[in-house]
Design a protein around this ligand. Structure first.
Ligand SMILES: [Zn+2]
Length: 277
């Protein structure tokens, strides 16, 4: 499943190709090869955006937000979604669902949304969808407002495991299973520790570890887990650097102990008994 780093990599891919140009970027046409993903796509409304100017591409949690002079729309990659720049006219694949045609500095360019399982979202961002989808989200992990003090305060009333707590979107957005396991390892905190029991120092270490883990993954182009492909069609290689995730039974790279795994609620948690006390 694409997690925050993968979505950030996609956003940067779009920016590099579109937003960082000197001239205007126009959306000339939306082409819907299918009219539904997780929900029905409001095709008629999208048609009204044809001819609009793309002003900005942003990311909030795992949503890509496209701002045009006529309105905002969002893309969420769901379980298996990806965007790619269409390299040639004949480049069409099964499970391609949406094509956006742009005019960039007077040159045509197309981007294709591909999603075999169709859990993605492609919708407008208006008052209603904003409240529904983005209204209850916690801070962005990479922004300054996500501090050790903030995390410590927001966990004081929580009796759940620390790993569950940092994966809660109300606490902080975009820390999925892989990055939660990796950050807890880096911070030396056992995943099953009750959230309310972490000390202020541990909270600081954990926040630093979350930021570092996510930034490393973004640098590496996202993980290769699932069907993720960045917009440049290159798989990320963060997976090769995982310290604990997916390494059950293998030796800890720090102390040599065997990495443990436990499965709760369908999610695997990986940790080192000796490094994470
Ligand atoms: Zn270890």
């Amino acid at each position: 499943m694409p997690e925050l780093p993968e979505v950030e990599v996609v956003k940067r891919g779009f920016e590099k190709a579109l937003a960082d140009r000197s001239g205007a970027v126009l959306i000339t046409r939306f082409e819907f090869l299918r009219k539904d993903l997780r929900d029905v796509i409001p095709v008629k409304k999208f048609e009204k955006l044809q001819g609009s100017q793309l002003l900005k591409i942003a990311r909030r949690a795992k949503y890509l937000i496209f701002t045009t002079n006529l309105g905002e729309f969002i893309s969420h990659l769901g379980m298996t979604g990806s965007w790619r720049r269409q390299s040639s006219i004949g480049d069409q694949r099964p499970h391609d669902h949406i094509r956006i045609h742009f005019l960039v500095d007077g040159i045509s360019e197309s981007w294709v949304y591909h999603d075999p399982r169709r859990f993605g979202i492609f919708d407008f961002l208006d008052g209603k969808t904003q409240a529904q989808r983005l209204g209850h989200l916690g801070p962005e992990p990479l922004l300054e407002q996500f501090t050790g003090e903030y995390l410590w305060q927001s966990l004081r009333q929580r009796s759940s495991a620390i790993k569950t707590a940092i994966m809660d979107q109300k606490v902080v957005v975009g820390v999925g299973n892989i990055y939660a396991s990796e950050a807890l390892f880096q911070a030396g905190i056992r995943p099953s520790l009750r959230a309310q029991k972490i000390t202020q120092i541990q909270a600081q270490k954990l926040v630093a570890a979350i930021k570092k883990t996510l930034l490393q993954a973004i640098e590496a182009g996202g993980s290769t887990i699932s069907d993720f492909k960045s917009t440049e069609n290159q798989s990320g290689y963060f997976q090769a650097q995982h310290q604990v995730y997916g390494r059950a039974g293998e030796e800890c790279r720090v102390c040599g102990s065997r990495i443990k795994v436990a499965v709760t609620a369908g999610r695997s948690t990986f940790w080192c008994l000796r490094c994470q006390r």
